[in-house]
Ligand binder design. Structure first.
Ligand SMILES: [Zn+2]
Length: 60
């Protein structure tokens, strides 16, 4: 399996919840940020974990 760089991945990735684009808010932090709904998706062991049920910031 070929590993895909996160920077390449986000060019083609879309938020599973709202279908908006994805960006990296802080290159030192292992997470991605949706430009549409503001969801943050963790990157675990180099693999973005993008799940539609990820909680929005501030939700509890
Ligand atoms: Zn979104």
């Amino acid at each position: 399996m070929t590993s895909v760089k996160i920077t390449e991945f986000i060019k083609i990735a879309a938020c599973p919840a709202c279908n908006a684009g994805i960006t990296i808010p802080d290159e030192s932090a292992p997470e991605l940020l949706c430009l549409g709904c503001g969801r943050r998706f963790p990157i675990k062991e180099g693999i973005p974990v993008m799940m539609a049920d990820t909680k929005l910031p501030g939700q509890d």
